[in-house]
Design a protein around this ligand. Structure first.
Ligand SMILES: Nc1ncnc2c1ncn2[C@@H]1O[C@H](COP(=O)(O)OP(=O)(O)OP(=O)(O)O)[C@@H](O)[C@H]1O
Ligand SMILES: [Mg+2]
Length: 236
């Protein structure tokens, strides 16, 4: 087995003295979509925070392209090519759409116009609303702003915690199509999803987390076909 592009390996840790993650392992390859599913409180968001450096690990490692980045701050991980869209409060509602996207590029010293245009090509509605306060947008459009903002750093890994939370099925399909499009450019997608069936359908790899531990890991297709996964986690 060769080294995955990004791996959080045997991650153990939590908040204060309480461990939430128990030797949890999550990995993703370039151009691949990896999806984390599991019940509420399973530790999905905690696993994402751990991979992004927002949680001190008591055990395990995070490696990017073979390099141990476990000690790096989130900002240093952004500089290494990681971008994270958290589950909540992922945009600045009082700022315009374009200001939000510009904020995403805060670490860059080069010209960001080309990337801005790429984001507007991916999400055309954002261009038409570029001077509007992001807080005035619909739920689905706000998620587009959040994803677009993350893309402004030109990441190699895009981490999304429930990007389709609170949006209609049509908007969800739309957003998944855009995420597939992003993955096809070679970016790794690591995503937590509440809409487990739909997400596993587009997943190259799926992780079912339960109580902070890996319960099932397989291709999205194989997980969807597994009777036990279906019964326990996909509603039959
Ligand atoms: N900041 C925090 N401080 C203390 N405990 C926390 C904190 N954030 C989460 N937890 C606890 O950690 C456990 C895992 O939470 P986490 O948010 O990772 O779950 P999740 O799988 O993302 O759930 P959901 O599907 O509801 O988003 C829960 O028991 C939660 O109460
Ligand atoms: Mg969560």
């Amino acid at each position: 087995m060769s080294e995955p592009f990004l791996i959080g390996e045997a991650m153990t840790g939590g908040y204060g003295a309480v461990d939430i993650l128990h030797a949890c392992t999550i990995a993703v390859e370039p151009g691949e979509i990896a999806v984390i599913v599991g019940p509420n409180g399973a530790g999905k968001s905690t696993a994402m925070k751990a991979v992004f450096g927002m949680l001190k690990l008591r055990g395990g490692q995070v490696r990017l392209n073979g390099e141990d980045i476990s000690a790096l701050t989130p900002q240093a991980r952004v500089a290494k090519g990681m971008a994270f869209v958290p589950q909540t409060q992922n945009i600045f509602t009082s700022m315009t759409v374009e200001e939000n996207l510009e904020m995403g590029a805060f670490l860059r010293r080069d010209d960001i116009k080309g990337t801005l245009e790429q984001v507007y090509e991916l999400f055309p509605v954002l261009k038409t609303k570029r001077y509007q306060a992001a807080g005035e947008l619909s739920g689905g459009q706000r998620q587009q702003v959040a994803v677009g903002r993350a893309l402004m750093t030109q990441p190699r890994v895009l981490m999304l915690d429930e990007p389709t939370a609170g949006v209609s099925p049509i908007v969800m399909d739309e957003l998944f199509d855009r995420i597939i499009e992003v993955a096809r450019t070679g970016i790794s997608i690591l995503m937590v999803e509440q809409n487990a069936r739909q997400a596993l359908e587009i997943a190259d790899k799926g992780y079912v987390l339960v109580q902070g531990a890996n319960r099932f890991t397989d291709t999205g297709k194989a997980l969807m076909a597994d009777p036990e996964v279906r019964r326990s986690f996909l509603g039959g």
